[in-house]
Design a protein around this ligand. Structure first.
Ligand code: SF4
Length: 99
């Protein structure tokens, strides 16, 4: 996480602002969605993020960076909903068993 820098010496580069995502994150289709939606474990609540993934130009970068399986990720990443690093089956995303 970037450090806010009011104490940086003048010859040092200023740290980036934490409120502005850099690189691929600035192109994320889910960038304007609340974190409770993007990081939800519940299919119904995560639906807006999953819809955003369908048109997202940075899906590959998202999945490579988050590495959901390796990080036991919970939430939406790369077009899928993950719980504890495992993709939630499609049948549960479309009105199947409730979460
Ligand atoms: S792939 Fe989905 S979760 Fe990842 S940045 Fe794009 S819209 Fe967001």
């Amino acid at each position: 996480m970037p450090v806010t820098g009011s104490c940086s010496p003048p010859d040092q580069p200023r740290p980036s602002r934490p409120s502005r995502p850099a690189g691929w994150q600035s192109a994320a289709a889910c960038a304007g969605l609340p974190p409770r939606i993007v990081f939800s474990k519940k299919p119904k609540e995560a639906a807006p993020a999953l819809r955003a993934c369908a048109t997202c130009p940075v899906r590959r970068a998202c999945e490579e960076t988050v590495a959901p399986a390796e990080n036991w990720f919970d939430g939406v990443c790369g077009g899928r909903l993950w719980r504890s690093g495992r993709p939630v089956p499609e049948t549960r995303l479309h009105g199947g068993t409730r979460a």
